[in-house]
Design a protein around this ligand. Structure first.
Ligand SMILES: NC(=O)c1ccc[n+]([C@@H]2O[C@H](COP(=O)([O-])OP(=O)(O)OC[C@H]3O[C@@H](n4cnc5c(N)ncnc54)[C@H](OP(=O)(O)O)[C@@H]3O)[C@@H](O)[C@H]2O)c1
Length: 273
């Protein structure tokens, strides 16, 4: 697994396993299968209601805690609520520390939430902080006021919404750009894209694999979700081929700055540029 060095020196896998809206009964099996297949980053959230199941699968895998990278997210607004939320996440996941805690979206009073998270870093409960669904102006406010620099911004990013402008901003400020819904939630507009199909035929890869490879080569970390074992395995096998600069330039042309999720409003300014 290739990794990226975060601005605090930590190594983070470039590709992780997403867990949003996995079927409740299938979550444990899917996370366990992901870990057995070689995924080491698991992306969960308080909002997903599956931290406990993710924690169970992690313990069942037998993989050492220091080999894993656990990301979770808080949707809580305010110092006390967010601080208590971190303890709840630790308890639910059944771990002593979390690798990365994100503010799930720009909640009201997000600086108060951020301050609480900074204190959990000081207490050794969380190793790194990040943001999600923050537009560039909101990230800038955190950079201006924070004591602990965020390491990344996790935003909707895929072939149809490549977030080029936000990517440049994040790169300039040494934050990683991490893609949620890197397959556009499996939309046929991506999985049946003629450009991806053609490149897939050339490299003996599927459109999903080319879509993930393209993002990784563009410097974007990805966390695809897959309930089906074949998909889960396929998505990990993207480190044995390379697109040409010309092919990447062609795929950049597919950008429509179009959300498949239509959420949240905070990101609309990035689509409107
Ligand atoms: N921070 C945020 O606000 C936020 C928001 C949304 C998502 N996320 C995170 O990002 C993760 C990924 O996003 P997502 O789950 O919305 O969507 P996604 O990963 O873009 O797409 C998942 C869909 O694609 C299908 N798929 C996966 N691999 C495939 C393959 N190789 N070939 C064909 N189809 C494939 C899956 O099918 P099967 O499941 O049937 O295999 C599923 O229907 C989430 O799980 C979550 O962890 C974060």
């Amino acid at each position: 697994m290739e990794t990226v060095t975060l601005n605090n020196g930590m190594e983070m896998p470039l590709l992780g396993f997403g867990t949003y809206q996995l079927d409740e009964n299938a979550t444990a099996a899917a996370v366990l299968a992901a870990l057995k297949t070689g995924y080491r980053l698991i992306d969960t959230a308080q909002y997903y209601g599956n931290e406990q199941t993710v924690g169970q699968a992690i313990r069942q895998s037998g993989i050492g805690r220091d080999q894993l990278f656990i990301t979770t997210k808080t949707p809580l607004s305010g110092y006390a609520e967010a601080k208590a939320g971190v303890d709840d996440s630790l308890m639910a996941c059944g771990v002593d520390y979390l690798d990365l805690m994100l503010i799930h979206w720009p909640v009201p009073n997000f600086m108060e939430t951020y301050e609480a998270l900074e204190d959990t870093v000081k207490e050794g409960k969380v190793r790194a902080l990040g943001l999600s669904n923050f537009n560039a102006a909101q990230v800038q406010r955190v950079l201006d006021e924070a004591r602990v620099k965020p390491v990344l911004d996790q935003v909707e990013t895929h072939l149809l919404w490549q977030q080029a402008k936000l990517h440049a901003y994040l790169t300039e400020h040494d934050l990683v750009h991490q893609a949620w819904s890197p397959l556009g939630q499996g939309t046929p507009a991506i999985l049946n894209s003629p450009a991806l199909l053609a490149l897939g035929a050339k490299y003996h890869k599927t459109p999903a694999q080319v879509a993930l490879r393209f993002l990784i080569e563009e410097g974007v970390a990805v966390i695809p979700k897959a309930q089906h074992l074949a998909h889960l395995k396929e998505n990990l096998a993207v480190f044995d081929f390379q697109l040409t600069e010309e092919e990447r330039a062609q795929l950049r042309q597919a950008d429509q700055r179009r959300s498949v999720e239509g959420w949240p409003q905070s990101m609309q300014v990035e689509a409107d540029y």
